[in-house]
Design a protein around this ligand. Sequence first.
Ligand code: GLU
Length: 475
Amino acid sequence: MVRTRFAPSPTGALHVGNARMAVLNWLFTRKLGGQFILRIEDTDRERNVPGAEEGICDDLSWLGLDWDEGPGCRGYPERGSHGPYRQTERAEYYREHLERLRAAGAVYPCFCSDAQLEEERQSALEEGTPLRYGGRCRALSAAETAARAAAGAPFAWRFRVPDREVLVRDLAYGEVRVPAGEIGDFIVLRSDGQPTYNFAVVVDDITMGVTHVVRGVGHLSNTPRQVLLYQALGIEPPVFAHVPTVLGPDRQKLSKRRGATSIAEYRAQGYHPDALVNYLSLLSWSSPSGEEVLGRAQLIEQVSLDRIGVADVVFDGAKLRFLSARHIERMPLPELLAAVEPFLDPDRQPIAPDLLPVAVAAVRTHLTTFADIGAALSAFFPGPDAAPPVLDAAARPVLAAAREALRSSGWEEEALQAALKQVGTETGARGRALYEPLRLALTGAAHGPPFIPLLQVQGRELVLQRLREALAREN
Ligand code: GLU
């Protein structure tokens, strides 16, 4: 049974770089019928931002990335039998695993103070030697350690790194070998009892039964330490797949300052959530068919971890917009109506509710985001300061014939088609010569929504009035 996790720290909004990990894990898990876990990595309490966890839950559910196990959050009950799902609530698991490491002789108490460690760090920097723990407390005798602890000296627990090469097998980056002696003894539990990131993640992944760890390549350098912890605990590590960092258009790491946008902002801007899922999946992966516009079901069917590339990926806002337009275009009309609804301003929206389906269906291909709906609908009516259309002599008979035909025509699609055909037959005008003068008379613009919906949305009264006015101006 495949079990994956998305493990955000609640330090702020969910951004594209991080959301991409949720997308990949979720797609891969859904493909294999496994379980997707949401785990909140909140050990670094000072960095936690109030409300961030709720924001992450909201964003994941807006993206449609449902989790099988996770904390109670924003109306979702806690789910799953491997909880709690916040690291700050898992202290007993860390204690228990520390005991195992102690029993195996894999950790030792370290009494070094922050000041001592900082001093060591400074001199290493000055001398250009590697920044590694020097091993002072590793060498303490059991008696001395016991005496210091009995005297109440605070201490952390440090992992005793064995003197051998560490091998990490990564699905994307291959075999990563770290030579003996490169990793210094590292802290697993701080003197205040808090686990460090590497220790907490390993304990959680073990106790939650995680089988595949898919995360940003920024964590690849942590992985050798994690592998050492697995080995010391006598547990087979999960499968690792690290995914390259997303860069901004300037090829620098995407950051808030460099225009990284949070998922909540894309939502507010009216992007289709499926377009984000589609786009974010393509940032690290390519479909075997080379197709780019992929719905959820297709992504689930096609995704595989062995197609994760390690080349740099550059965020491309234009491609995201392109995909958003394609996904909007494909939506069933009732869904589209519901999705644009929050973006309609009821006071400025000129279209009667019963005509909204016709209007929205007519302009669906004009929408890049749901937020474009206002502008798209306003194209059904002449703008407040649209100049009166300039019509040439050939336009006059077309407008006159249209006025006649539309006065008595039915207003459903077929009747309107027939009326326009009749105008064409009577005047000999065809194509652009027929539609352009009519469109100009009705909206003041040469381009806009398809013509039949335009007539339907404006309604007979307004259409006849606009034609009359245009003809009057011609005189
Ligand atoms: N909490 C870590 C992060 O947000 C993820 C750790 C992991 O996936 O192992 O970067």
